[in-house]
Unconditional design. Sequence first.
Length: 395
Amino acid sequence: MKNKWTTFFLGRVLIRLEGRGIERLLNKFTQAGISTWNIKRKKSGAVYFFIALPDLHKVRKAVRNSDCTISFKRGEGVPFLWKRALQNSGFLVGILFFFLVAGILSNITWGIQVEGADPETEHQIRKELATLGVKVGTPHIFSDRPNMIQKKLTEKIDNITWIGVELKGTTYQFQVVQKTEPKQQVEKSPGHLVASKKAVISHMFVERGKPMVKINQFVDKGQLLVSGAIGKEEEEMMVVAEGKVWGKTWYKTTVEFPLDSSLRVFTGKEKKKHALVFGKFSLPVWGFGKADYTQSETEIEKHDLFFLGWKLPFDYAEITTREKENYQRSLSEEEAIAAAKKFAREDIKKHIPVDAKIDEEYILQEKVENGKVKLTINFQVIENIAEEKPIIQGD
C-alpha cells in the first residue's frame, strides 16, 4: 500500500472500473508501473481503487484498448485542495487577511501598566519608556527585550531600587520598588575628627569643633584634626565635631603598555537578516545570502511573537553580522608613555573616594624593555581624611 502522506501531498484519485476483463486490466496496470491500493469489489461487479495523481495519464492509456469502462469518482490530497481554494479565492484571501491582521495587532503594544510607583515616579518611567520606543501603538519587535528595558530603566531612574518588566500579550506590566527615604540619623555622642591616613593638610571646613591642625601641616594616621572639646577649661563642653579636612595623600602604581599590539576592529560593513526561530532551527524571511567576511561577529536579537494573547512557539530574530579585521598598532615611546599615564589615572580613580581628585603625578621610574613601556607613578591625591572618633572618658 502506498504511503498515505506521500500520496496526500502528490494527490490521489478514486477510480471505478466495470466491464469484462477487470483482473487482466489490473495486471496490465502493474506491468505498466501503476500502483493501485484499497481495491474493493462491489456487489454490482464494479471495482473501486486508488491511484496516484501522476499515474493518471498511464491509466487512461492502458484502458483505451480494454472492454472496461473507467470513471473518476473523486480526487484527494493537496493538488485538489489547492484547486478548490483557488475556486474560493475570496474566502481564502479573507482567512489569510484575518490571520495577518490578528497577528500584527497581537504584536503591538496596547497597554502599559505601572504598579508600586508614586505619580511622579510613574510619570518619569513613562517618559523614559517613550524614549526607548515602548509606547501604545508601537510593535514589540521594534522595542528592546524586557530584560534590557529593565536594565535601562534601573540605570536612568535614581529613585527606584528594582523594577520588574513583563510582557503579557499586548500589555507591558511594570512592578516598581522605590527607594525608601533614609531613616533619621540617631543623635551622635560627642566625638573628635582624626586623620584616616598620613597626609599634608590642603584645606579644611570645620562646621563644629576646634581645629587642631594648620594648612600644609603633615599629620599621621589617627592624629587629632578637629577636637570635640570646645570652650575654656572651666566651662569646657563636649560636642560632635563636624566638618571636612582635605589632605594631600599619595598612591603609587606600576603600569606596562606595549609599543606594538594587534587589535581586532570593526570595519563598518555589516549584513542584516531577519528570520523566524524555532529552537535551534531558523527560517529566513528577509536578507538572504551569506555574509562573505573573513572575520566577523554575529549579534542575534530575539523578540517574542504573540497571536491573540498567546505566545507563539517561535521568535522573530534580527541577525546582524559585522565584519572585523586585524589592525596592527605601533606606538612611539612618547605615545606609549602618554597611553600608560592615561591608563594609570583611570585605574587610580577606581581606588580613591568619589569626591577625591588627582592633584599631581610624579614618574618615579620609566624604562622600555621587551617591547613595553614600564612606568612607576606616584599620584598626589586630595581627599577628605577626616573620620569620626567618639570621646571616651579619660580622653
